[in-house]
Design a protein around this ligand. Structure first.
Ligand code: GLU
Length: 499
């Protein structure tokens, strides 16, 4: 048997270090066993998936030094590797499930489902479809269809008993069938949901080992049920523990940057980040910790994957990255890396065009533009306070900006402008007054090159981090404050994602 593994990201946001971690482990496991590693794009959530996100994910994984044997960019014998291009394949399997009585058509309206949910919540029951449509007669279904009622297809789930999920590292995990929802497998537009597409593709792509994050354990019973309904052998399952912040909470961008692009823009070397992620995966720490991908592969053993919630400790990454910069590169290579990192001709050209109308001597450029090439800025709370907004208003503006910016489909000047205008409107302030503390937080000074250009060039991750640092100076918002402040924003979607 040839080992075949895959990473199956959903292209719904910026590339995440967790995706790189899962990809690396799948890559190492496949290479260790002379197998194949695939990349599949799971874009069944059409509303949230974008090609920009897909592109950024592929680019980041490539930047990190990973390569795949089959994927949407290079093709392969089991393609297409993008689920949105495989719709016809899934329809066939939905028909098979319906014909065998292992799935059923559900005509329940959103209102009925909502009523059901409210009643379940009130009765403190888990939220789960109640099975009403599973009992419809052929006559009733025909009548619904004759009326043109929209319907979804749901999975039939056993009423009682337990499902035993055999995890290669965790052992047997028992999950009661009554806690498993009658999952929607096909939406009313005829497109599959993640669960159906994931199982069909893993089978057709001959995946032997599914290695993924532990957030998917609760989905495993649905998947195992589908494998058994189709009469297919299920792949081996391994659920990895989630990466943690140093305080052991789940790695989240509120506490720690999680975007691969952030680490790239901060000047971490891909080989250092990869090495760091490899160390997180391995619980045995002998010998030199500075290791190439080849050495990580040689030493890789699934049995040694740490199951204790590996801590994404940036201090350790800093140490490792420093070693790579000092010991891993010749002077010429170091110079080359500086260029690739932040001094590309296109970037310099844009920055120079912004600076030219604003300088009197070339030597003004250094202090004026240093923020483009810096990580965290030496800004104080007093620097932020010199404008017209009170502390609370600045904290609200920064926190709302983080929410707005995270929700933007694209990082463009127009989208940034629309976001800041919405925030000024929500706070009832002049845009000019709101922009001032942003200038300070992001460029280090109340006057600089145009703010939106600066933000676009810096990238979303660095901007997010600088706003996070500013919030730390003024007082980090509590979860309760965030919830309340969120309500200040008008409900409509940010400008650039309205169709
Ligand atoms: N598309 C899922 C994700 O984004 C993949 C889960 C899996 O590996 O089965 O994480």
């Amino acid at each position: 048997m040839t080992v075949r593994t895959r990473v199956a990201p959903s292209p719904t946001g910026d590339p995440h270090v967790g995706t790189a971690y899962v990809a690396l482990i799948n890559f190492l496991f496949a290479k260790k066993h002379a197998g194949k590693f695939l990349l599949r794009i799971e874009d069944t959530d059409q509303a949230r998936s974008t090609r920009e996100s897909e592109h950024a994910i592929l680019e980041s994984l490539r930047w990190l030094g990973l390569s795949w044997d089959e994927g949407p960019d290079i093709g392969g014998p089991h393609g297409p590797y993008r689920q949105s291009e495989r719709s016809a394949i899934y329809t066939k399997y939905i028909d098979e499930l319906l014909a065998a009585g292992n799935a059923f058509e559900c005509f329940c309206s959103p209102e009925r489902l909502e009523e059901m949910r409210v009643a379940q919540r009130a009765a403190k029951q888990p939220s789960r479809y109640d099975g009403l449509c599973a009992g419809l007669s052929a006559e009733e279904k025909r009548a619904h269809k004759a009326q043109g009622d929209p319907f979804v297809v749901r999975l039939k789930v056993p009423g009682d008993g337990v499902c035993v999920v055999q995890d290669e590292r965790r052992g047997a995990i028992e999950i009661e069938w009554k806690s498993v929802d009658m999952q929607v497998l096909m939406k009313s537009d005829g497109l599959p949901t993640y669960h159906l597409a994931n199982v069909v593709d893993d089978h057709l792509m001959e995946i032997t080992h599914v290695i993924r994050g532990e957030e998917w354990v609760s989905s495993a019973p649905k998947h195992l049920l589908l494998y058994s309904y189709f009469g297919w052998e299920a792949p081996k399952l391994i659920h990895l523990p989630l990466l943690r912040n140093p305080d052991k909470s789940k790695l989240s961008k509120r506490k720690n940057p999680t975007g691969i692009l952030f680490y790239q823009r901060m000047g971490y070397l891909p080989e250092a980040l990869m090495n760091f992620l490899g160390l997180l995966a391995s619980s045995h720490g002998e010998g030199d910790e500075m290791m190439s991908l080849d050495t990580l592969c040689e030493r890789f053993d699934l049995a040694h994957i740490s199951m204790g919630g590996p801590v994404f400790d940036v201090a350790k990454l800093d140490w490792l990255n420093g070693r790579y910069l000092r010991e891993g590169l010749t002077g010429a290579e170091f110079l080359g890396r500086i260029g690739q990192w932040g001094f590309t001709p296109e970037r310099i050209e844009r920055i120079a065009a912004l600076a030219q109308p604003r300088v009197e001597r070339l030597s003004d450029l250094g202090p004026f533009l240093a923020f483009f090439f810096a990580g965290r800025l030496a800004v104080t709370a007093e620097d932020l306070r010199a404008g017209k907004l009170a502390d609370l208003e600045m904290r609200q503006a920064f926190a709302l900006a983080q929410m707005e910016f995270d929700a933007l489909a694209g990082w463009t000047i127009a989208a940034i402008d629309a976001g800041l205008k919405r925030i000024a409107g929500a706070l009832g302030k002049k845009l000019r007054d709101v922009m001032r503390p942003f200038y300070v937080a992001i460029t280090g000074s109340p006057t600089s090159v145009p703010l939106y250009d600066a933000m676009e060039i810096l990238g979303r991750d660095i901007v997010r981090e600088r706003l996070r640092m500013a919030l730390e100076l003024l007082g980090k918002p509590s979860a309760k404050e965030l919830e309340e402040w969120r309500k200040l924003l008008p409900p409509e979607a940010p400008a650039d994602i309205v169709a």
